[in-house]
Design a protein around this ligand. Structure first.
Ligand code: NAD
Ligand code: UD2
Length: 315
């Protein structure tokens, strides 16, 4: 990516987006953010906000999208209703944002002559399809509107490349964690919830027997994968897993959080969460082959930095 390039980050005021914005700025790019601040916050961009052109608005607003895309070379499309339960509660509105909004971002990118669109997909597309680790060759069994929105976004991305020559790459993020992940909803990521409870000394609530497996990836690795995907010519058209390939159970996670916070934390078991996927971890080899990407941060390193951030917020 040339340092004179301009990048648009949709959802740039959110958790992952705010980390990506910092990385792009550090790489010398000009950065524009389009975010309606429905889940993201301006304060996520402090202290780099003066260096960013922040456009507050909806990706579904075509006129605003066109303006946001003027002179943009690279588009990172992260804006979404990112909560599975919210897409279950409101399948129509969430499809407007996640499906129609994604299509509008692709179309406006094509019309603006952008070079490449990077799309945030999700491990959710695999659903409960049997077989481990999850590899891109599997068909996938989307179990929620959210999963279907992400799967259709991937296919639209490939169609835009095949039909119109707009390069697209979809990255299937596994369970991302790190500073600025919002713990305010009961459906927030388990690590942000455990951090918030550890701060106040509340017991960590573990659903079921805690032997569910996840592939937790630190946000800095995710933004590195996004930048590699932008810079790698042969990634055009690809759909790639972005995970570590390492299995961690929720019980192990609870122990790791206790270690990172240096606190003795009680664990309370509660009934299994309805529809919880018991095992999710990826085969990361395609991203290694195509992008030269492997995750670098161990879960304990990532948790240490995440804890430092959460602890600093409470001071
Ligand atoms: P987030 O909610 O923090 O970020 C999403 C951002 O999009 C927010 O800032 C929100 O305000 C913005 N947004 C929502 N609707 C919008 C709209 N209509 N117009 C403009 N902006 C809008 O979530 P995140 O965890 O940073 O996720 C970023 C992307 O990565 C999402 O597409 C999400 O589906 C995907 N993803 C995240 C994870 C994870 O573990 N966090 C895993 C897989 C995929
Ligand atoms: C993640 C994504 C979701 C979707 C899905 C695809 C997040 C926040 N969510 O859901 O968007 O992509 O993957 O399959 O990244 N747990 C507890 N106690 C709690 C909260 C959670 O034990 O208080 C368990 C939960 O039962 C699950 C694990 O922790 O087994 C991870 O839960 P999560 O909500 O962080 O993420 P997940 O994988 O269900």
């Amino acid at each position: 990516m040339s340092s004179s390039s301009t990048a648009l980050v949709t959802g740039g005021a959110g958790f992952i987006g705010s980390h990506l914005v910092r990385r792009l700025l550090a790489n010398g790019l000009k950065v524009r953010v389009l975010d309606d601040l429905s889940a993201g916050k301006e304060e996520n961009l402090v202290p780099v906000i003066q260096d960013v052109e922040l456009i507050r608005g909806d990706i579904c607003d075509q006129t605003l999208l066109q303006a946001s895309l003027k002179g943009v070379d690279q588009v990172f499309h992260l804006a979404a209703i990112a909560s599975v339960p919210r897409t279950v509660e409101d399948p129509v509105h969430s499809a407007e944002v996640n499906q129609m909004g994604t299509l509008k971002v692709l179309e406006a990118s094509r019309q603006a002559g952008a070079k490449r669109v990077l799309m945030a997909s999700s491990s959710a597309v695999y659903g409960d399809e049997p077989g481990f680790p999850k590899a891109e060759t599997m068909v996938g069994k989307p179990l929620s509107p959210y999963a279907w929105h992400k799967r259709s976004g991937e296919r639209y991305g490939q169609l835009y490349q095949d039909l119109y020559g707009l390069e697209t790459v979809s990255l299937r993020f596994f369970n991302v964690f790190g500073p600025r992940q919002d713990p305010s909803s009961p459906y927030s990521g388990v690590i942000s919830l455990f951090m918030a409870w550890a701060l106040t000394g509340r017991p960590l609530i573990v659903f079921g027997d805690g032997e569910q497996v996840r592939d937790f990836i630190y946000v800095r690795d995710v933004t590195r994968a996004l930048c590699l995907a932008m810079d790698t010519p042969r990634a055009a058209g690809a759909i790639l897993n972005v995970g570590t390939g390492i299995k961690t159970t929720v019980n192990q996670l609870a122990q790791e959080v206790a270690r990172a916070s240096a606190k003795k934390l009680a664990v309370e078991y509660s009934p299994p969460r309805q529809g919880d996927i018991l095992k999710s971890y990826c085969d990361p080899s395609l991203a290694t082959d195509i992008l030269g990407f492997t995750a670098r941060s161990s879960i304990s390193e990532g948790l240490k930095e995440t804890w430092q951030w959460f602890a600093a917020q409470s001071n």
